[in-house]
Structures are given as structure tokens and as C-alpha cells.
Design a protein around this ligand. Sequence first.
Ligand code: 13P
Length: 350
Amino acid sequence: MPLVSMRQLLDEAAKGGYGVGAFNVNNMEQIQAIMEAARATQSPVIVQASRGARQYSQDNFLYHLMLAAAELYPEIPVAMHQDHGNSFETCKSAIALGFTSVMMDGSLKADGKTPTDFEENVEVTRKVVEYAHERGVTVEGEIGVLGGIEDGHGAGGTGLEHVTDPDQAVEFAERTGVDALAIAIGTSHGAYKFSKKPDGSVLKMDILIEIHKRLPRTHLVMHGSSSVPKDLQDIVNKYGGHLKETWGVPVEEIQLGIQHGVRKINVDTDNRLAITGAIRKVLFENPEKFDPRDYNKPAREAMQKVVAERMTQFGQAGHAGDYTPKTIEEMREGYLDGTLETRPSLAGAH
Ligand code: 13P
């Protein structure tokens, strides 16, 4: 099947009460790992590429790998999403390439580092929503600022510096009409999120729950949601790595989020750890090996295992065949006739 709309995936997840993992990719092996995990668990899935990934792999390589994925796994609904678009132009170029969903991260300026003010964020996000919806493409916005830096994108610092204000989240949703909203609740991109298992003082699930109560139709997105499991850290360190002790977001907290409106869960770091651990192990144990397939294959398998586990934990497993994917043209009509409206003041009309 062709690449499908992320909005439809999230609407279906909301109906079914589950979450959908959004996994970052840069190369063929990562895409294969995700698609194999999706097939094994019968999961719909979101595959996402950051600006850094698009530069690393070059747009066309990445896009054609995604088309191959859609062709080779016709039973799997798969959306292709731009992660952390930094400007209208980045989102426009992703749409021109064929992405079915874009994130306009207007919480930061186009430099990808400096926090914006609220009005700037509303303005750029609204412009992207207007452009994308006219073309049937989904839009995710962000209000509040995540901690850490990923692929050169991020304000740095801890996840608690710019936690989302629920009043602003409601106003943002109303004024932009985004399909999905990333909120900052204390998480950060990368491996170093928390210095101990997080509790409510650093991971603000109460804020998430309040936002969902006030914005029941807007799909919430949890960024920085790798769990950074100790076993993956240990493999990296056992075979020559130097990771400091660290904690990620416990899966049970993500599951609590899913009960309260979280429909998209971003995971990158756990897969990076799994790949690196597998490669280190092969090369440590077999220093004579030099065929990249000798380590890329176990690396791909290690990532597949993590992705399949998350798919099961997020609840998307078993849902690939639940619905007939709509075309992007059908989604466009839904945006035009108002049936896909999310703004709180207008959504009730349909
Ligand atoms: P992690 O670094 O926790 O995997 O988060 C990835 C992410 O949020 C991508 O946008």
C-alpha cells in the first residue's frame, strides 16, 4: 500500500486506545528492522526522519527506501514523518518529497536551538498547518521545549526548564489546528534523561493528564521516550563502550500516558543503543571480521527486537489490518470539509 497519513493512524489508535511508536531512521537497515518488527507483530507504524537524517542519507535515498518498505510490506500501514522540522521551508520540502506527515517544531527558532516566544510558535505552525492540510498531510506541533539535543536539534539543558503550560497548550491547539501536539513534561532527547528512576518530581505525567482532559481531540505526542534499558547500556559497556549510568522513561509511564491521550511515542535512542551494542559485541569477539554484513545483520536484529517489544508495549501490535488506509487525497477532502477539524471550538460541529 502507499505511504499513509499519520493522522489516520493516530485517529485509529485513539479509537482503539493504543499508542503508535514513531521510530527514527537514517539508513536501510533501520528501515528494515522496523518493517520486520511491524510484520512480526502486525503493527501500523510511523517511520520518522530528522533533518540530520535527511542530510546524512540524502532525501532521495531515504524516500525511495521508504517506498520500497511500503511495496514490500503491503499489509502494514506506514506513515513517513518529518521529525523536528525547524522552519516552514523544511516542512514544505518534506511534503514535496512525499512525506505524509510533518512536525513543525516552532518551540525553537530556525536555528533549532533558541526557544521562540508563544506568538512566533503559533504563527509558523499555523502557516505549516494551512499548507500541509491543503495537501492532505498531517501536522504535529510542539509547545514547551524538550530537554537535550538530538542530531544537533534542541535547546539543551534539562527537560524541566520549559515544561508545557496547559493553558498555552489549549490556546495553541485552538489557534493552529494541529493534528498532534508534542508537549514537554520533563523528558529529554538522548541517553541522559534522568539521574535516577524518574518520579513525579521530574516526569510530569500530571501535566499530560490535565492537557488531555482539556484537549481530548488533539493527539498527544511524547518525545524523548526511550526507556534506555540497563541491559542495552550494559552490552555497550561490556564491549568497550563508556556510557555513564542513566535512566530513561519507564514503559509503565508511557502506558499511563497512552491511557491519557498519548498516541505517538518517539523512540530513537533505544534503537541506537541496541545497534551499537550488537556491533561492538561482534567486533570485540571477532576482531578478524571486516565484512560489514557480519555486524550489520546482528545490529538490525537487535533493533528489530527492541522495536517489536515497544510495539507490543504501546499496544499497536495486532492492529495493522483493522482499517483501510485513506488516500492522501481523501485526507485533503476531510480537512477541507471540516471533518478532520481538531480546534476545540470547531471540532464538535462534525
Ligand atoms: P529518544 O532520544 O528518547 O529516543 O527520543 C527520540 C525523539 O524524541 C525523536 O524526536
